[in-house]
Design a protein around this ligand. Structure first.
Ligand SMILES: [Zn+2]
Ligand SMILES: [Zn+2]
Length: 362
């Protein structure tokens, strides 16, 4: 049966946002609404922004009166597959899509908002592009996106709001209104990478070193360099870190992530710091970058894990570097009671803090 009150999908609205709004509009909790549509499917334990599988579409189309084509367009799958260049499995983290880190219905993060967009909306709603990992700022308001409640630091979990909450511009734990948050400026270099990546996603082909490459090749090249920057920040005393420093990239910046978590799991401030470094590297030009790497005697093994092949578009550049003269592989067995390094302690503390953000399972 179709709902008495229709709830149209708003421009660029994410699927989770629409489901939450639809529930609040009918005067019920998101959990009750989705339980009525899909009695045996627990949708909030998965990342529903990705897609509503076609096999699950019928009851939703019937209740909402919205076509399945519109729901498909609101999902993230098409864009995410264009970014990676292959078809994505239903489970596991999708590259470049912020990971929610769901455990039952609680989350570790993965949702960002622009508080000024929410403040201007007549009905506040979440945009699809806020889920992209390369997004750190709002293109309309020039402010940094917010990925946690500014008051209680909880992750943004609109699916946990209840019927009484009425709108989704608030924290589901402390009910702080996000629209009253004080905004900060995004880092301009991180924002220019965002603009660049958005442009690449809109196109079918990108020009790279006088050649035409697919958007997926561009994103894999960019992911490779983020990996290089993170490797250098793990070894601040190394030829690679020296090379980056001479290019004006400080890998010891205090905003750099220490956790070792995947890019899609990092906080907006940590992703911004990496994107700033990436922007310097890209704007320098790769010819220049690789000349400096050669001059500093950086080996290919310092740039990436040799078990994973680097992006094809970078092979001609990488071939200029020398390979590491590996002897027989030596495995270091740490003594059982050797103290952990300060960096290792800080990394495990950062990972623990992320886990602690999610409430214990109820
Ligand atoms: Zn905005
Ligand atoms: Zn809060």
């Amino acid at each position: 049966m179709t709902w008495a009150l229709s709830v149209p999908l708003l421009p660029e609205e994410s699927l989770s946002s629409w489901l939450v709004r639809a529930a609040l509009r009918q005067g019920c909790d998101p959990l009750s609404l989705t339980g009525a549509i899909w009695p045996t499917w627990r949708i909030w334990t998965r990342d529903i922004d990705r897609e509503i599988p076609l096999a699950r579409m019928r009851p939703l189309v019937n209740a909402s009166g919205i076509s399945s084509a519109k729901f498909q367009k609101a999902g993230m799958r098409d864009d995410c597959e264009k970014v990676v260049g292959y078809s994505l499995p239903e489970t596991r983290t999708w590259p470049w899509l912020l990971a929610l880190g769901s455990r039952n219905r609680t989350r570790h993060g993965g949702q960002q908002v622009c508080t000024l967009c929410l403040a201007e909306d007549s009905t506040p709603y979440l945009r699809r592009h806020w889920r992209f990992a390369w997004h750190t700022g709002c293109r309309f308001h020039g402010v940094q996106l917010v990925d946690e409640c500014p008051a209680c630091k909880a992750p943004i979990e609109p699916h946990r709001l209840t019927a009484e909450d009425q709108h989704l511009a608030q924290c589901s734990r402390c009910h702080n209104d996000f629209r009253k948050a004080v905004c900060t400026s995004p880092l301009p270099e991180a924002f220019s990478v965002q603009v660049m990546a958005d442009r690449v996603l809109e196109q079918d082909k990108v020009t790279f070193r006088q050649a035409s490459i697919a958007p997926a090749d561009w994103f894999s090249m960019v992911a490779f360099f983020i990996g290089v920057i993170r490797r250098a920040s793990r070894r601040p005393v190394s030829p690679l870190a020296d090379a980056l420093l001479s290019l004006g990239i400080s890998v010891t910046d205090c905003r750099m992530p220490v956790s070792g978590l995947a890019f899609e799991l990092l906080a907006v401030s940590e992703r911004s710091a990496l994107l700033v470094a990436l922007e310097r590297l890209l704007s320098m030009g790769l010819e220049e970058t690789f000349s400096v790497l050669v001059a500093c005697n950086v080996k290919t093994s310092a740039l990436h894990d040799p078990r994973r092949s680097p992006p094809v578009v970078l092979l001609p550049l990488l071939s200029r570097l020398s390979h590491h003269p590996h002897g027989p592989h030596r495995r270091r067995v740490p003594p059982a009671c050797r103290p952990m390094s300060e960096r290792a302690v800080r990394a495990s503390w950062a990972r623990l803090k992320r886990r602690m953000k999610a409430e214990p399972t109820s």
